[in-house]
Design a protein around this ligand. Sequence first.
Ligand code: XMP
Ligand code: MG
Length: 177
Amino acid sequence: MYRNRLLITEEQIQHRVRELAEDLNKEYRGKSLDIVSVLKGAMIFTSDLIRLLEMDVRIHFLQALSYSSGTESSETVNLHFTSVFDIRDCDVLLVEDILDTGITLDYLVKHLKENAPGSIRICVLLDKPDRRKLNIQADYVGFQIPDDFVIGYGLDYLEYGRQLKYIGVLDRSEYEK
Ligand code: XMP
Ligand code: MG
């Protein structure tokens, strides 16, 4: 496991996920919600969140490949769909692990809007506002965090660290070698 220091505890995450679910349960009460979860980083957040939702939900996955190296953002996004899904006139919630420069989510929202959803909102576990390059905000944010590279609770460094129950800041010595 790459060295990291604790930033957000398991208890803090679970508490905040419950609060987010309560907000969503109010917002979408009596409706049917199409969740579009971005692999791989959002998988754990998504699976904890959906089990607290009370409305009807359908889950879809897509994979957005935007990171060419370990910690540096690339400016192009490649999309892979695990299955074809129709979101025309549906209420869509895009669930992502982290909003960083905004390039990935901006691209995804534009792409999904081409499929004429009834509504589309963004839910992210983490938000790094200092890093934003595009003017995009999430409707639901778990935690705002400083500009540090984090791992855990689905987020990885070179594919490791997703299994951590907490979120930790990656030790700089791991990538400034
Ligand atoms: P952008 O810059 O497009 O980035 O908003 C979003 C994607 O970049 C990844 N990302 C991170 N992954 N720790 C991670 O494990 C981080 O601190 C981090 N910052 C950005 C993430 O995959 C996200 O989907
Ligand atoms: Mg990643």
